[in-house]
Design a protein around this ligand. Structure first.
Ligand SMILES: NC(=[NH2+])NCCC[C@H](N)C(=O)O
Ligand SMILES: [Mn+2]
Ligand SMILES: [Mn+2]
Length: 307
């Protein structure tokens, strides 16, 4: 695979939920050596530093949605940054909580639309993040980006999604915590969804391979959104929404290696890392190692393995 220009964009979004700490995520990835790791793999790496939200007003204190205006302001700046970065290389967004993907995915999808190619999204997460502001019980907007970028109603005040991602172009892997309203909405949707039971029974490679084949056949752009809680909390404790029974380190590396082999990934988010909850940088390091696998690190070249 030829070297890429990786564009690191810090997105210290912390408005998607009440528990603070994700704002420290970008510097935690830098401290764990993300740039150096990608350079060692032969890539050109540009670290654009951290982005800021557009100016915003404080929310009404009684508003049921937490930090709505701030999240809207982040969505605006991230969508612009994502669309611009797509013509310069492969943007890797260093989160920041998952609310940031409302901006990153709508931005990369706008670029895809201009290129005349369909946008696909691989969502690696314990959660489906498919609430709308109307269905969310928690009022936490990090639970809503998939609904937003796929064009659901209820996002008043947010930038209009000019190029929604088709539900059938979205694949969620790792599910094990889905609220009732999301379950109903997902079941009524065309989103491809794979829960942990399916992964236990038939392995993680199968659904991923099927999805990648569709991306390839459609000549699509592929955005990968990796939530720390996709992983089991035993190996990745630094996240506010831990759910036991997650992917193992090996399963996650296999996903990343397959993504690299496919040559299809055009953008990526690393989200929900809360360094305040980490154990001596352990989770940040696991995330950097996973990014390394996605960008070409391997144990042996496939051809030289002897089985
Ligand atoms: N990106 C995340 N960690 N999302 C967790 C969402 C949890 C829950 N479904 C909610 O809406 O509040
Ligand atoms: Mn998430
Ligand atoms: Mn999650």
């Amino acid at each position: 695979m030829p070297p890429k220009t990786c564009i690191l964009i810090g997105a210290p979004v912390d408005s998607g939920k009440r528990r603070r700490g994700c704002l420290m995520g970008p510097d935690s990835y830098r401290t764990a050596g993300l740039r150096e790791t990608l350079v060692d793999l032969g890539h050109d790496v540009v670290d654009q530093g951290n982005l800021a939200p557009r100016p915003f007003k404080d929310d009404h204190p009684d508003h049921p949605l937490f930090a709505l205006n701030e999240t809207i302001a982040w969505t605006q700046s991230l969508a612009d940054a994502a669309e611009t970065a797509m013509s310069e290389g492969v943007p890797i967004f260093l989160g920041g909580d998952h609310a940031l993907s409302a901006g990153t995915v709508s931005g990369v999808a706008a670029h895809a639309a201009k290129q005349g190619s369909p946008q696909f999204v691989l969502w690696l997460d314990a959660h489906s993040d498919f609430h709308t502001p109307l269905s969310s019980d928690s009022g936490n907007l990090h639970g809503t980006p998939v609904a937003y970028f796929s064009g659901a109603d209820g996002f008043d005040g947010f930038p209009e999604v000019a190029h929604p991602v088709l539900q059938t172009n979205i694949c969620i892997i790792g599910l094990r915590s889905v609220d009732e309203a999301e379950r109903k909405a997902l079941e009524a949707s065309d989103i491809h969804r794979h829960d942990m039971r399916e992964i236990d029974e038939s392995g993680i490679a199968k659904p991923l391979a099927a999805f990648l084949k569709r991306v390839q056949q459609a000549n699509g752009q592929l955005h990968v959104s990796l939530d720390v809680d996709f992983l089991d909390p035993d190996v990745a404790p630094a996240v506010g929404t831990t759910v036991p029974g997650g992917a193992t380190v090996r399963e996650a590396h296999l996903v990343m290696e397959m993504l690299h082999d496919s040559g299809l990934v055009t953008s990526m988010d690393l989200v929900e890392l809360n360094p305040f909850l980490d154990d001596r940088g352990r989770t940040a390091k696991v995330m950097v190692d996973l990014a390394a696998s996605a960008f070409g690190r391997r144990i042996f070249d496939r051809r030289t393995r002897s089985y």
